[in-house]
Design a protein around this ligand. Structure first.
Ligand SMILES: [Zn+2]
Length: 235
């Protein structure tokens, strides 16, 4: 799973040395949607020392903090390795292995009134520990008995459509008319300077893209045409 690669088709302007836009299938569009669901702690962990701003320092200091400072019903791992609120078992390009673990919830075995996300929590109804582990079922869980029509094909976006990803990560369904309009907008005078370039997109490119998305406005250009300096977002 870790080395799953998908293909991304770039339209490169060789004269301006930039990616005008990319054409992508459902898997990469799903991956971009999935980025929005990532907890900040996950982003800080993925980018480690390369994290812009100060969140990387906060992350490192919590990592170094003794467990003795934590509340007894909390542990550092819930901050350092947080679970995405969205169950993402259907996203092929996952950024972290922990997502493959299915989420567990804990039921009060005595009164059956409450569920908790942590077995250390005491049931508010009967004051006993909520220790009975039960599976947490979501729409994308394989075991769900609902018809496939209701569940869909998994992920976030529909699969029949080709998606257009702009250099600044604007994502929209691909249309021929919009790409012609774009060539005008980008002021492409000579289509001979344009070149289609197919690149691999896997976890490594995904992390680079995540990093670039926090730093600049020309994400595809800076990830895939690496010789080009990223444009700072202030410009
Ligand atoms: Zn109870």
């Amino acid at each position: 799973m870790a080395d799953t690669k998908f293909q991304l088709k770039l339209l490169v302007d060789n004269e301006a040395k930039k990616v005008l836009f990319a054409e992508a299938g459902k898997e990469i569009a799903d991956f971009l949607c999935y980025l929005l669901s990532l907890p900040v702690g996950t982003i800080a962990r993925l980018l480690e020392k390369n994290m812009v701003g100060c969140l990387g320092n906060l992350y490192e200091s919590i990592k170094g903090l003794s467990e003795t400072y934590m509340q007894p019903n909390q542990n550092k791992n819930s901050l350092l390795n947080p679970k995405s609120p969205i169950s993402s078992t259907e996203i092929p390009l996952l950024l972290s292995d922990h997502e493959f673990e299915s989420r567990k919830v804990y039921l009060c075995d005595y009164c059956n009134s409450n569920v908790a996300d942590n077995p250390k929590i005491v049931c508010p109804s009967c004051n006993r520990k909520m220790t009975r582990e039960v599976p947490y079922i979501t729409a994308s869980s394989k075991s769900v008995g609902t018809s496939t029509a209701a569940v869909g094909e998994g992920g976030f976006v529909r699969g029949v459509v080709t998606y257009m990803i702009m250099d600044n990560l604007v994502l929209k369904p691909m249309s021929t008319i919009s790409s012609i309009t774009l060539l005008n907008k980008f002021n492409v005078k000579d289509v001979r300077t344009l070149e289609e370039k197919v690149v691999d997109f896997g976890i490594e490119e995904g992390v680079k893209l995540l990093k670039a998305s926090l730093e600049c406005k020309n994400v595809l250009t800076s990830v895939f045409l690496s010789s080009i300096e990223p444009q700072k977002s202030s410009s």
